[in-house]
Ligand binder design. Sequence first.
Ligand code: SAM
Length: 212
Amino acid sequence: MNFDDSGSLKFKVNRYREMQKMVPGIEALYMLIRSILSTLREARVLVVGCGGGRELQALDGLGHEVVGVDPSERMLDMARPYAKGARLVRGTVDDITGDFDAALSILVMHFLDDKLAYLRAIRQRLRTGALLLLADVNGDPAVLEAFIGPFEFHARDRGVDDDAITASAEVIKSLPIITEEQTIDLFAEAGFRLVSPFFRGLWYAAWWCEAL
Ligand SMILES: C[S@@+](CC[C@H](N)C(=O)[O-])C[C@H]1O[C@@H](n2cnc3c(N)ncnc32)[C@H](O)[C@@H]1O
């Protein structure tokens, strides 16, 4: 999905951060990411799909060297106020060179058709033993369908307007979603060991992996 092409988007990019509050448990996800990354010392961290700046905020003050990459200029613009010392690059992981100690991919891979190529490209930029934290919409399609009602109620409870809720539910339904089992298989195929799942908020889940 191209976040710079408003025609392809059913929600308003300039309201991205405001609309994120409709994502169940999202604050806890970033807090957990911050907590896990606090266990590293002066690490080189690659944030893939850093647009919006939420991960950059979560990394603030931890003393890591951060590189963020995102193909969307508009999403990068939103991230810039939170960059502090981070280097931001417009592009994809293929535009990055380096040997990182950790990578984050938060709510990005579910947009992509070739998830294996994406994970392999991240793996190539990590040293052995590096960690990957990845969060994505995923699961069994029938279960995801059942989550739509609770998701809409939760979003309304958080004060999000009905148009935005409907647009987001449509985006979720249009994603090339895979199951948890398929995701875990992809990690292994791309050269990662699953350490543990660390979060789930209805239709999205987060995993902690290690580069083999
Ligand atoms: C739902 S937003 C998530 C942004 C951020 N990770 C967060 O947690 O708020 C998805 C982001 O992925 C970016 N994106 C889309 N395709 C990408 C790709 N192939 N590589 C890296 N980022 C990509 C989009 O431009 C957008 O900024």
